[in-house]
Design a protein around this ligand. Structure first.
Ligand SMILES: [Zn+2]
Ligand SMILES: [Zn+2]
Length: 195
């Protein structure tokens, strides 16, 4: 403050004009978490359930009682795939156990428990398949569930005219970053200027 008081008025006016001529970057300023007061990297979000900030936050999974984020998102997909394979195997076993019946009524009575199990397994398989498909799609366009669902609330997305994710580097690069690269977060540190 003292330095600015000592400077001549003309110099202060000139420096003000110079600052106004500097083009403002479209990259949002780093945010500070309102809960744990940490400076949040781009794409991080505070999880109210886990009480911590999560890098490249995707969602909080109530089944695992943990957040899905930068370091475990790929393993979450593997977990879904293993679950789907186990469910399909169980469906196959249940189908092979269906006993034949002389009539429709007898067949229903003989297989009622297996049919109930098949219905439950079918619903779970459909849900897991849907989740796997959605997460694979989001990985292919380098978008998170949080960004996809709450785009209007995300500071670096809500003012963008382009519907595409600003982190989208093309299908192969996105999938490589998602499944193989550990340094993808560093590339996500800034949003490209094309709005
Ligand atoms: Zn936080
Ligand atoms: Zn969480």
């Amino acid at each position: 403050m003292r330095g600015s008081v000592c400077r001549p008025v003309a110099v202060q006016q000139a420096s003000g004009e110079e600052e106004s001529m500097i083009p403002q970057s479209s990259t949002p300023r780093p945010r500070r978490c309102g809960y744990c007061l940490l400076q949040q990297p781009m794409r991080a979000k505070h999880c109210q359930t886990c009480q911590r900030c999560v890098r490249r936050f995707d969602h909080h999974c109530p089944w695992m009682e943990n957040c899905v984020g930068e370091r475990n998102h790929r393993w979450f997909l593997v977990y879904l795939l293993v679950q789907l394979l186990a469910l399909l195997w169980a469906l196959r076993v249940a189908l092979s156990g269906l006993a034949p019946g002389a009539s429709w009524d007898l067949w229903l009575r003989a297989n009622c428990f297996l049919l109930a199990a098949l219905a439950v397994l079918g619903v779970f398989s459909a849900v897991v398949l849907l989740l796997l498909g959605v997460h694979l799609y989001l990985a292919s366009v380098n978008c998170t569930t949080w960004e996809f669902v709450s785009r209007h609330r995300v500071s670096y997305l809500k003012n963008r005219a382009d519907e595409r994710s600003p982190f989208d580097r093309g299908l192969l690069c996105n999938l490589w970053d998602f499944f193989c690269a550990c340094g993808a977060a560093a590339r996500d540190a800034g949003v490209p200027n094309s709005v």
